[in-house]
Design a protein around this ligand. Structure first.
Ligand code: PSV
Ligand code: MN
Length: 432
């Protein structure tokens, strides 16, 4: 493979020098401020340094809507170029060393080559994602009327076989989880039999579950609507929980922040899933109206914080079976996807760090006393603390950039990729 442009460690170090002085000032101030609340800043920096969120391979291409897609420059044209971009993100923020692949979009021709490439780029593979929500060229049966829940058992068998193929590939690339999301549902009242469709889905999922290795987990992702607009087979966290419970101890629920009814209390759903040991992981994004796939924390940062408040509570209490897989899942229509993913990864770490600042003794006391104002202000005091200096310090101590977007822009990466990757017609179709 010919040499491709990369942002070098030296370049990052040199750029960091420009921001070091201001960062040190901000860090010292924050350290003193936190000390007043008996919080040792170094412990929090360590937490931030160890936090990881996986990047979706499909997120590095420009997304679109069902109306249009406006391609960006130098877009990745295949799995290797996607990994290059993911590696660039990780190089700058250092909290995204794993990539979640989507099959068949990312199906490699040569698995050994893929492994070697990822390793050389300092990447590993997170959960595998199957795709039975589209028809692929040459596919025998159509998923127009569903896949794992389809009325025709031959269609179901084909969808099951695809998931088994994802597991097999995942085993070869060091993944240890399969995320299953189906677009199955209906657009008209009466179009499907709710009970039969869910029975079919469960029957198919049992076959897939049987192929899940013992050291793997299977994540079920629910979604209220889209592409089906009247009913969806795995529509909500309750249905998801039932499915995970039916399947067994390797099955967990995955919470995509955009897949809920408007105004649903997602943090409470998260708490329930933690309590009943079925929280598998997240697809982070943000939404204003529906499954908008906006950048994480861009619309409702307080909601993100409240979710992490539940997660950190579980972490500090060492709750059983609590090991959520964190992933981003968003669609970038108007930004450079690399910039969006870097900012989003940082927003996830921000919420995690802020949740660690919550005075939990005070919170519990307030809850016992029915003191709602103290409870809220305790949370708000953590949420309104500007922890940017902790995030930047964690990034640079891990070898990344103090100001990732600035360094990325200064590197000229996108212009170089534009030269290296002449546009292809029809790159990454769909609304992802
Ligand atoms: C569906 O909207 C979803 O959230 C699932 O995770 C898919 O795998 C992903 O988006 C890609 O379209
Ligand atoms: Mn998702």
């Amino acid at each position: 493979m010919s040499t491709k442009f990369e942002i070098s460690d030296d370049f990052i170090a040199e750029q960091n020098k420009r921001s070091e002085k201001h960062l040190a000032e901000d860090f010292d101030y924050l350290a003193k401020k936190l000390k007043r609340s008996n919080i040792e800043i170094e412990k929090i920096v360590e937490k931030a340094q160890n936090f990881q969120v996986a990047v979706p391979s499909w997120g590095v291409g420009t997304g679109g809507t069902r109306f249009a897609r406006f391609p960006g420059q130098g877009e990745p044209r295949g799995v290797y170029e996607k990994l290059e971009d993911c590696a660039t993100i990780n190089k700058l923020v250092r909290s995204t060393s794993a990539v979640s692949l989507h099959i068949p979009w990312d199906k490699p021709e040569n698995v050994d080559e893929l492994n070697a490439f990822a390793k050389a780029k300092g990447l590993k593979f997170d959960a595998m994602n199957s795709n039975t929500f589209q028809d692929q060229i040459g596919q025998e049966k159509s998923y127009k009327f569903g896949s794992l829940s389809h009325a025709d058992k031959d269609v179901r068998a084909q969808a099951v076989a695809h998931n088994l193929e994802c597991i097999e590939l995942g085993k070869k690339i060091g993944s240890n989880a399969l995320t299953v999301w189906v677009g199955d549902g209906s657009n008209f009242a009466g179009q499907t039999n709710f009970r039969r469709a869910f029975e079919n889905y469960l029957e198919s999922m049992r076959e897939i579950y049987a192929a899940i290795p013992n050291d793997w987990r299977i994540f079920i992702e629910h979604k209220m609507f889209e592409p089906a607009f009247y009913s969806t087979v795995v529509s909500d966290w309750g249905t998801n929980y039932i499915a995970a419970k039916e399947l067994g101890e390797k099955a967990f629920c995955l919470v995509d922040l955009g897949h809920h009814a408007p105004n649903v209390n997602i943090e409470q759903i998260v708490s329930r899933l933690i309590q009943f040991q079925k929280l598998g992981g997240f697809h982070f994004n943000d939404s204003k109206y529906g499954d908008d796939d906006l950048d994480t924390g861009s619309v409702k940062p307080f909601q993100l914080f409240l979710i992490f408040n539940e997660l950190v509570d579980a972490e500090l209490n060492n709750l059983p079976n609590f090991n959520p897989a964190y992933m981003l899942d968003q669609s970038h229509n108007v930004t450079d996807p690399i910039e969006s993913l870097m900012v989003s990864a940082t927003e996830v770490v921000r919420a995690y760090v802020q949740a660690h600042l919550v005075d939990r003794v005070k919170l519990e006391e307030a809850q016992k006393n029915g003191d709602a104002i103290t409870a809220l202000t305790t949370l708000k005091s953590a949420f309104t603390t500007d922890v940017s200096a902790i995030l930047a310090t964690a990034q640079s101590r891990n070898g990344g950039a103090i100001e990732p977007v600035k360094v990325y822009r200064a590197s000229g990466y996108r212009t170089e990729k534009h030269k290296e990757r002449p546009a292809r017609i029809g790159v990454s179709a769909g609304i992802v």
